[in-house]
Design a binder for this molecule. Structure first.
Ligand code: CA
Length: 646
């Protein structure tokens, strides 16, 4: 049914594609048009690390493969805002940089001038810290340590004012100033809103004086925390903080759904008449690391992966966020991609890269940051943990996803193709037939899901080796939609019984006492079990008081040939009559004798093969009768197997 639907879809799309092609024929990126996109919508790129990277030897290229100023490449691809973070003094007493770009005001001036040169506005991001500020970390700058709130407020005002004057005097076109970074209940060492609001007011005041045309933004994170944004906005309103933009980080791995993001931002825009935007987002285009410093986002971990980790997936994330901000919230003004230019410094080993990170501050933190930030930077300093989320490859060439900013305006709804394939997992009975699926699940370039045909590369010889290899695991590769598909096959001896080792206390096994044994039960005693910790136990004090069956009625047995195997050990048994058996429709069709000898000597027996046809009821079991040597007998039964045979 599903397969038919997929075929119809392809047919229908094939018809509509002829009309869609040609809009942006040069890109292989699928981009669904964002309707109602304003001409002046902010498409920002945080490019804070660029200068430290260039000092480390990094070069950037345009789409033709020519070396080019990365700011020009960004501009040519639809970016109109450059965001830059500013730390007050990210250096130790000897002038060694803390890393993360060593971004002080002087770096911001250099970055701002280059943004201005190519006609992009600068979004100034004051952290009011000497290093990274985020929801869990808002340390005051060294120079402001111990300041009371009045003094600190004045310091924020003066520092903001002086920094903005430097930018103004350097001719930088500042479009927006962010007062604090991800200030969720914390800012610049302050922990109560009564104090935090003074700092925000001071930053806003300085901005209004130096860049009266610029927007003042406040920036928060964790839109998924119910009620938190409404609370922040209410506090701002209560204290009458002067700001224009309520901005949010939105990393889809952690920050909830786009619907929730739209709802919480819209509420603030409507209630308080503020502009809203996404101030940070990014997405992985690959799970691979490129700089010998492990990445925050990879294949594992309990995170939400809304899109495949592909260049197309990265672009779809940006497109869908933009659509949300433009069409699903009131007063949505922009989306800024975070550090899309932060790539590997390009060395061939960790040591080589580490030397560059330490010297130029091009990793997330250098060892010199340890004194200021001992618990985080001091312990985990190193390179780039987001190189797989950049919009440039490790060599500085732009990824096709960078075109998304430009292509969203008209759309680039090219032919659908598979963008990522789901792995297939199969368990195959060694005596059964290996059946590989003829389709695999694909995520298409428009983020829709389809089942597409697959051709597996498995020779008859390979297949025979798999059957000959016993219990084992294999990966079979195939081709689907022009990509490599993977099928993980576990070759097993499939056991058609439930609770085969008596570990689950299930009702699958039934004892029937035919005399009056003293003890018949499932016992939990590892030393007396063949495998696991439990087994079926029997014991009786008197002679001739052990006679019972232990049976399981088999559920959902396919047609075919099977054999039943079970194990027993015990002692003091005297004359015995013990056998494993199979009943089909109530008649015993196969038997295998067993014997009890002494403690620890397990006897295992398998019945001959028997055939099972559709509709027949199959029961397997063991019959045990012991005369007892002197007194009664005892024993243990474990590990029942019902396997198919050829
Ligand atoms: Ca890395």
């Amino acid at each position: 049914m599903k397969k038919c639907l997929a075929a119809l879809l392809v047919l229908a799309l094939g018809l509509s594609l002829a009309a869609a092609c040609g809009a942006e024929g040069e890109s292989t990126l699928y981009v669904k048009k964002v309707e109602n996109l304003p001409e002046d919508f902010i498409f920002g790129m945080d490019a804070s690390c660029v200068i430290a990277l260039e000092e480390s030897g990094v070069k950037y290229y345009d789409f033709d493969g020519n070396e080019e100023d990365v700011f020009k490449v960004l501009k040519d691809n639809g970016v109109n805002y450059i965001r830059v973070r500013i730390w007050n003094d990210p250096y130790d007493a000897n002038g060694n940089g803390y890393g993360g770009g060593n971004n002080d005001i002087d770096k911001a001036v250099l970055i701002g001038q280059r943004a201005t040169k190519y006609g992009m506005k600068l979004l100034v991001n004051f952290h009011y810290s000497d290093f990274w500020a985020d929801p869990s970390k808002q340390m005051a700058p060294k120079a402001w340590a111990g300041m009371e709130i009045e003094e600190k407020t004045q310091a924020v005002y003066e520092y903001t004012r002086e920094s903005l004057i430097k930018l103004r005097d350097a001719g930088v076109d500042v479009g927006m100033v962010q007062v604090g970074n991800e200030t969720n209940n914390l800012m610049c060492g302050e922990r109560i809103w009564f104090n935090i609001q003074y700092l925000m007011q001071a930053g806003a005041k300085a901005t209004r004086e130096i860049f009266p045309e610029a927007l003042v933004a406040l920036h928060f994170a964790n839109p998924e925390k119910a009620g938190s944004y409404a609370t922040y906005a209410k506090k701002m309103d209560y204290y009458q903080v002067d700001y224009d933009v309520f901005a949010s980080s939105y990393y889809p791995y952690w920050h909830g759904s786009l619907e929730n993001l739209a709802a919480v931002l819209d509420e603030i825009a409507v209630t308080y008449g503020k502009k809203v935007m996404v101030m940070e987002t990014s997405y992985a285009y690959t799970a691979e690391d490129t700089d010998f410093n492990g990445n925050t986002i990879g294949d594992g971990g309990a995170i939400v992966k809304n899109y495949p980790f592909t260049v197309q997936g990265q672009a779809n994330n940006v497109r869908d966020i933009t659509d949300t901000i433009v069409n699903h919230v009131t007063n949505g003004i922009g989306v800024v991609y975070w550090e899309g230019t932060w790539i590997s410094v390009g060395g061939k080993s960790w040591e080589e890269n580490s030397a560059l990170w330490e010297k130029h501050g091009s990793g997330w933190a250098s060892s010199y940051a340890a004194q200021y930030d001992p618990n985080d930077a001091g312990r985990y300093y190193g390179g780039n943990a987001v190189d797989n989320q950049a919009m440039f490859d490790q060599f500085g060439h732009p990824l096709e996803s960078l075109k998304v900013f430009r292509l969203m305006r008209a759309g680039n709804e090219i032919a659908l193709r598979a963008d990522a394939l789901e792995d297939v997992q199969i368990i195959c009975d060694l005596n059964g037939t290996l059946q590989l699926p003829d389709t695999v699940n694909a995520v298409m370039n428009d983020d829709s899901k389809q089942e597409i045909p697959v051709v597996w590369h498995l020779s008859e010889e390979d297949k025979q080796d798999m059957y000959a290899g016993g219990v084992n695991q294999y990966v079979i590769t195939g081709t689907a939609g022009g990509m490599e598909a993977h099928c993980y096959v576990s070759m097993v001896e499939y056991n058609f019984l439930q609770d085969y080792s008596f570990e689950e206390n299930s009702s699958a096994w039934v004892f029937t006492d035919l005399t009056q044994a003293d003890e018949l039960y499932i016992e939990d005693k590892k030393t007396d079990s063949l495998t696991g910790t439990k087994h079926a136990h029997f014991w009786s004090a008197k002679q001739n008081s052990v006679e019972f069956t232990l049976e399981q009625q088999v559920e959902e047995l396919p047609e075919g040939k099977f054999k039943f195997t079970i194990s027993i050990m015990g002692g003091d048994a005297g004359n015995t009559d013990i056998y494993a058996y199979v009943k089909v429709n109530g008649e015993i069709v196969a038997k295998a004798p067993l014997k009890i000898t002494s403690y620890g000597n397990w006897d295992t027996a398998a019945t001959d093969a028997f055939a099972h046809h559709a509709g027949e009821a199959v029961t397997v079991g063991i019959y045990v009768k012991c005369q007892g040597a002197g007194n009664g007998a005892w024993g243990k039964i474990d590990d029942a197997l019902l396997n198919s045979v050829k």
